[in-house]
Design a protein around this ligand. Structure first.
Ligand SMILES: [Zn+2]
Length: 318
């Protein structure tokens, strides 16, 4: 059928919404993934939206579900594919950062590998069957269960000037104030998709295991702004928003197992050399002082007292 929207065994004809699950084998076990296919009545680009690559980033998962449940093919020009919870094994166990099937962060293994670890197999399947269909790709994230966060959008720079320009434009259109440049690939969803020549962003909203309406709406409204920009939804081009592009996304990590006492709040402006918190042992001895390595703003902050060697502590957008 011409103009059918197809993911594996699921197909939506023009003007139709089709929902259901697709199944594939991961380490010889069945992996079941719910998918929304929304095939607009009119021609237009294909937008792919994923969420739940990190299984406990609930505002983003809620936003993907809302979009999947409410977008109406009769009003849409083009096609939308939504995978609301990519990390299926992580969701029921409220997994932080990783896929419990192999202990790997799914957002470090894209574009995946069908003969690799469980996470690589999942990434490979989603990349080949879903992401590669996109003309525009948005991955929805937020702070994890133990992270507070100010909303921001990551835009990739993969060294393809036209794709990089289109990704930055996509980030500006989405409308969140802080945009953060992410160079190279390093296995993240949006960078891998951008490297395949498709304009992409990763958007972060909400955190700490809750999903307030304002954090969800920031994402659903951003997606609708993008859809209006590409004339996939009526209403004309969205108003231009004020955005600030930050050039560096700096992560500080723990060098110890211990107890984390941050001395800054998420959203704070910090200056180079400023102490940002301490990691202490059980006796109260300071094992590590986290210091700002550049002037910038705290974009996410781990709010867990328990901290492990190698865990992120916070990030600075600079
Ligand atoms: Zn995430």
């Amino acid at each position: 059928m011409p103009n059918e929207l197809i993911v594996d065994k699921l197909a939506a004809k023009t003007g139709e919404k089709m929902t259901g699950t697709v199944e594939f084998k991961v380490d010889a076990q069945q992996y079941t993934l719910p998918v929304f296919l929304i095939n607009g009545k009119k021609e237009g680009p294909t937008l792919v939206i994923t969420a739940g690559v990190h299984a406990a980033e609930y505002a983003s998962i809620t936003a993907a579900l809302e979009l999947g449940q409410t977008l109406n093919p009769a009003e849409i020009a083009g096609k939308v594919i939504i995978v609301p919870v990519v990390n299926q094994a992580g969701f029921p166990v409220r997994s932080i950062y990783i896929n419990p099937m192999d202990g790997v962060n799914l957002n470090r293994v894209f574009p995946g590998d069908s003969s690799g670890s469980a996470s690589e197999q999942i990434a490979g399947w989603v990349f080949d069957n879903v992401m590669k269909q996109a003309d525009v790709y948005i991955d929805l994230h937020g702070g994890d269960l133990v992270e507070a966060l100010v909303a921001f959008t990551l835009f990739p720079e993969v060294g393809q000037p036209e794709v990089d320009k289109a990704s930055l434009e996509l980030a500006e259109v989405f409308g969140i104030e802080y945009l953060v440049r992410k160079e190279g690939t390093s296995g993240s969803t949006f960078s891998a998709v951008a490297a395949a020549g498709i304009p992409s962003i990763l958007v972060e909203s909400g955190g700490q295991g809750i999903w307030p309406e304002k954090d969800v709406a920031r994402l659903t409204e951003g997606v609708k702004r993008v859809m209006r920009h590409y004339e996939m939804l009526p209403g004309g081009k969205p108003n231009k928003m004020n955005t600030i592009a930050l050039q560096h996304f700096i992560w500080l990590r723990s060098d110890h197992d211990g107890f984390w006492y941050p001395s800054v709040a998420v959203g704070d402006d910090v200056s180079k050399g400023q102490p940002l918190g301490h990691i202490k042992d059980v006796w109260g001895n300071v094992l590590q002082t986290a210091e700002a390595v550049a002037d910038g703003r705290i974009l996410f902050l781990v709010s867990s007292l328990a901290i492990n060697l190698g865990d992120p502590l916070l990030s600075i957008g600079a």
